[in-house]
Design a protein around this ligand. Structure first.
Ligand SMILES: [Zn+2]
Length: 361
């Protein structure tokens, strides 16, 4: 167990972490993350569910079961708030909407992004694939991305996404949400996803963190198109949360934990180490992103890059590209375009500490 983590019994599907605020473990099969956390707040009138979990065959029954333990029927849910659009957090939304008809609360920024993705799905896929090809990505990964994209936009899969493009209440940075004794401040924390939100409760001093800060796993920060600088955004969002007095973090996966500021520093250190690993590899060598990804150390059960399956390679490439984009924006690395391909060359071998937004001369 890491320092600051609170041990909650793994057998308990539902735990009251604050008065009338419950953490519900929702299934997340075949994932090292184990399960995804939904949160449920009951103020007598309003009954709000935060994140729904995946749409697996038994998910709805699991939720019914857990809420049944606190004598709540799912039909009583009045509001559903989503921290970000990833399928492990929103997958069950369309089924719940059919069964319950709650109000949907969702990040304005992320809703607009999803709407654009749906409206221009062909362009979105084309841009992503072009960006990958320019960065040397192999055919196996390209085929996988096409397949996943088709699935995401298929009617059987996208019901939840569609609902999010037009939420009942759009949330922006600094908005307030009152539920019973709690008055949450919405904090926009882009990085893990472009319009990710956290909720901060200033009296009780806890943070519902979604996937922005997890106690054990480093939240994935990925780049899949030319535009954007998600790692820069992520660092800025870590800085933002550091400005709050957070006594406990209620994360989207794993256990509730206390040491928020220390965890933020661990996450910065992790990414700094990753940046330095990349600079070392691209020092005095012009390489494409795929080559750089293949030379990095990945925490997977394979002896070589070639044995890594396309899904893990895709994750690795996205993460590498996010770091390269950040390093280029901070002028630690040069981007060289040659014959329609993108190559990277480090300008410095090592950065001793992070200075975000600092433009080197
Ligand atoms: Zn997640």
């Amino acid at each position: 167990m890491i320092k600051g983590e609170i041990s909650l019994s793994d057998n308990n599907k539902i735990e009251e972490v604050y008065p009338n605020l419950f953490k519900i473990k929702m299934p997340f099969e075949n994932s090292p993350l184990g399960y995804i956390n939904s949160y449920f707040i009951n103020d007598g009138k309003k009954k709000i569910l935060i994140d729904t979990g995946f749409n697996l065959s038994g998910s709805l029954d699991e939720l019914k079961d857990s809420l049944g333990m606190i004598k709540i029927d799912i039909s009583e849910i009045t509001d559903i708030l989503l921290t970000h659009y990833h399928i492990d957090h929103v997958g069950l939304l369309s089924n719940l909407k059919k069964a319950v008809n709650p109000k949907i609360l969702f990040s304005k920024k992320e809703a607009e992004l999803l709407d654009t993705m749906f409206s221009y799905s062909e362009t979105y896929l084309k841009n992503t694939l072009e960006f990958y090809v320019k960065n040397g990505v192999d055919d196996g990964v390209i085929r996988l991305v096409k397949k996943i994209n088709k699935m995401n936009f298929s009617s059987s899969f996208n019901g939840s996404y569609r609902l999010l493009t037009n939420p009942d209440i759009s949330l922006a940075d600094d908005d307030n949400i009152s539920v019973g004794d709690y008055s949450f401040k919405v904090i926009l924390t882009p990085g893990h996803s472009p319009g990710h939100i956290c909720l901060y409760e200033p009296d009780f001093k806890f943070l519902i963190a979604g996937d922005h800060i997890l106690p054990k796993t480093t939240p994935n920060v990925t780049l899949d198109e030319e535009d954007g600088n998600p790692l820069y955004d992520y660092f800025k969002s870590l800085d933002k949360i550091e400005g709050y007095d957070v006594k406990r973090v209620l994360p989207g996966h794993q256990n509730v934990f206390t040491d928020c500021h220390r965890r933020i520093q661990d996450l910065r250190d992790h990414h700094l180490e990753r940046c330095n690993e990349i600079l070392e590899i691209a020092w005095e060598k012009e390489l494409n992103a795929y080559q750089i990804a293949s030379l990095l150390h990945w925490n997977v059960n394979c002896s070589s890059w070639d044995q890594i399956d396309p899904f893990q390679k895709w994750m690795a490439i996205g993460e590498t590209l996010a770091h390269l984009k950040f390093l280029a924006s901070e002028r630690y690395i040069d981007i060289i375009e040659k014959d329609g391909k993108i190559l990277y060359l480090a300008k410095i071998q090592n950065i001793p500490y992070l200075r975000i937004g600092h433009q080197r001369v």
